[in-house]
Design a protein around this ligand. Structure first.
Ligand SMILES: Cc1cc2nc3c(=O)[nH]c(=O)nc-3n(C[C@H](O)[C@H](O)[C@H](O)COP(=O)(O)O)c2cc1C
Length: 208
């Protein structure tokens, strides 16, 4: 048996909770921005993914209008820093709704480091930062999709295991689940894609 629910049968907040309990785990973009006066801001966004492969574009969603969104509208720049398991309390603290202009870097005690190509600083002890130039903002429902072209990827050399790709275990990313639940990496399994000319069905399935 399934519990079937149409959005109209719940309040919008309850349907939102249903969605965010189902679309899991979500990676966390720790987004840094500056306002027109150069004051820094840092906030986590788990509605986050890669939007385009070439050019490289990432996207996150601001649910409603927040400081992060306003700063990006003003300056056209942001960084996405990777939040690791070690950053759990700090990430949560940066989601506190401080007044505009009051920096989460200062309030939470997060060390910034200058970015290479954009004004917003990186989180110094985050192993990876993507420096982004605003591509466009798309209003969707009550939310705003922020698309940013990645102009610089800054990745700590100690998370590369073979000098070619960052290693998941070494990155140790933090993820968001529903409600107040979070998670870290569980099992990591490796399986290769099956080329069409090697296709022979999936083991254990019947074929006509
Ligand atoms: C792990 C986590 C993920 C979050 N994801 C989002 C998100 O995807 N979109 C959003 O609008 N708010 C999200 N929030 C809430 C914002 O971080 C929060 O409203 C924050 O105060 C916004 O900061 P700002 O006003 O400085 O931009 C999230 C909070 C946490 C703790």
């Amino acid at each position: 048996m399934r519990i079937e629910t149409e959005p109209d049968q719940l309040s919008s907040i309850d349907f939102y909770r249903l969605l965010t309990n189902l679309v899991i785990p979500r990676p966390i973009a720790w987004v840094s921005t500056v306002d027109e006066q150069g004051r820094t801001n840092l906030a986590p966004h788990s509605f986050f993914t890669v939007a385009s492969a070439n050019p490289p574009i990432v996207q996150f969603t601001s649910v409603g209008r927040k400081d992060t969104l306003r700063n990006i509208e003003q300056t056209g720049q942001f960084t996405v820093c990777l939040a690791t398991r070690h950053h759990l309390e700090a990430v949560n603290a940066t989601a506190t709704e401080f007044e505009a202009g009051r920096s989460e870097f200062t309030e939470v005690g997060i060390q910034p480091e200058p970015s290479k190509l954009v004004a917003p600083p990186r989180v110094a002890d985050s192993p990876a930062a993507l420096e982004c130039e605003l591509e466009r903002i798309i209003e969707v429902g009550d939310s705003f999709l922020v698309l940013g072209k990645v102009v610089q990827a800054a990745v700590s050399d100690n998370v590369y295991n073979d000098q070619r790709r960052p290693d998941a275990q070494l990155l140790n990313p933090l993820a968001r689940l529903g409600g107040s639940q979070w998670s870290a990496l569980g099992d990591i399994v490796t399986i290769r894609r099956i080329p069409l000319d090697a296709w022979d069905g999936v083991e254990g399935t019947e074929r006509d």
